[in-house]
Design a binder for this molecule. Structure first.
Ligand code: PLP
Length: 362
């Protein structure tokens, strides 16, 4: 930094780094700022693959991961790496036995997300990490949808790499971070952006200070209310599910209790999720199909991995209950869903289940 304005920016970034580190029980030196979770996941996965080339070329991840993990893995396959995509149980939870079976002497990384973005399922991460540590295999987790919502402690859990993003906790878009463990063990990472050597040479490029300050503030706010929010959102989610469960042919997607407080995903037999969406006023965040990919309707690879039929994947709808939602809104949305489903069932022409021609992404 050449001038005093630079020092001020540097101090702001350092403070944000400390806030983020504290949030996950890391040290500030272990935080690398990125443009979001997509970049963080890419840096973690490709960076480890490249740095540990000589130790092995096998990686393990899970079929229900976000595309920001699946696509870097597919890219690595095109370079000659081998990747195992583990299946999940019908409740969406990863079975540790599957991982134990898939681990090989040349496995260099296991990547399993902290909270599933589509169905909200939480894997037994501490158990999974402890196993990886015992085999001296690095463990990476995509915590984009978990940070600020559930407690995360990289020390207690033995996490080696963790991707984060601001915009899933009411922060600005286009900023995130990667936690990279520096002690016991020190994770080696090959940089994916080369240039001026910022971020301890792991991610070159001038830092976007306003975004970074926004990221830290968003995480700080979320943490300050995390405990009360967990209880409140769990109550709201259960209230919504209780009201919806009176619908014939409805089923919950994902484990009933091992899940994020504010995420509910259901399939309603014979009802097209997109048609249902059209009948709802958005008082809570609602989506159909696989959430954050594209406008093109495609069957959710997550629900497919749970063993749901193609019809049921199109008959799915996901509710995101957040900081500002009230009991009255939950009751309102439940009522809307119930009446819309009833009217769709009475007028079959408005309820076109998607044709079977779409190709699955997995
Ligand atoms: C949103 C999300 C991403 C992508 O994050 P960006 O910051 O938009 O790049 C990756 N993984 C998960 C689990 C997400 O929820």
């Amino acid at each position: 930094m050449g001038h005093s304005y630079g020092w001020e920016a540097e101090a702001a970034a350092q403070q944000a780094r400390c806030t983020l580190a504290e949030a996950i029980h890391a040290t500030p030196e272990e935080i690398v700022f990125t443009s979001g979770a997509t970049e963080a996941n890419n840096l973690a996965i490709k960076g480890v693959a490249e740095a540990y080339l000589n130790r092995g070329r096998h990686l393990i991840t899970v079929q229900t991961e976000h595309s920001a993990v699946l696509e870097p893995c597919r890219y690595l396959q095109s370079l000659g790496f081998e990747v195992t995509y583990l299946p999940v149980r019908s409740d969406g939870v990863l079975d540790l036995a599957e991982l134990k079976q898939a681990l090989r002497p040349d496995t260099i990384l296991v990547s399993d997300m902290a909270a599933n973005i589509e169905i909200g399922v939480l894997d037994p991460l501490a158990e999974i990490c402890a196993f990886c540590r015992s085999r001296q295999v690095l463990f990476d987790t995509d915590a984009a949808h978990a940070i600020g919502k559930i407690p995360l402690d990289v020390e207690a859990m033995n996490v080696d790499l963790m991707s984060m993003t601001a915009h899933k906790v009411y922060g600005p878009k286009g900023v995130g971070a990667l936690y990279v463990r520096r002690r016991r063990p020190r994770v080696q990472l090959a940089p994916q952006l080369h240039g001026g050597g910022q971020e301890r040479n792991l991610r070159s490029g001038t830092l976007c200070i306003p975004q970074i300050v926004g990221l830290a503030k968003a995480v700080e706010l979320a943490l300050s209310e995390q405990e009360s929010a967990q209880q409140r959102l769990t109550n709201l989610r259960q209230r919504l599910w209780q009201q919806l469960s009176c619908l014939e042919g409805i089923q919950l997607n994902g484990h009933p209790t091992q899940r994020l407080p504010g995420c509910l995903n259901v399939s309603i037999q014979g009802v097209d999720g997109s048609a249902l969406l059209l009948g709802l006023q958005p008082v809570v965040a609602i989506s159909s199909g696989s959430a954050c990919t594209s406008a093109k309707p495609s069957p959710s690879h997550v629900l497919t991995a749970l063993g749901r039929s193609l019809e049921l994947t199109y008959a799915s709808i996901r509710f995101g209950i957040g900081r500002f939602n009230t009991v009255a809104e939950i009751d309102q949305v439940a009522q809307q869903v119930i009446t819309t489903v009833q009217s769709l069932r009475q007028t079959p022409s408005a309820n076109h289940i998607q044709p079977l021609s779409h190709s699955s992404k997995l």
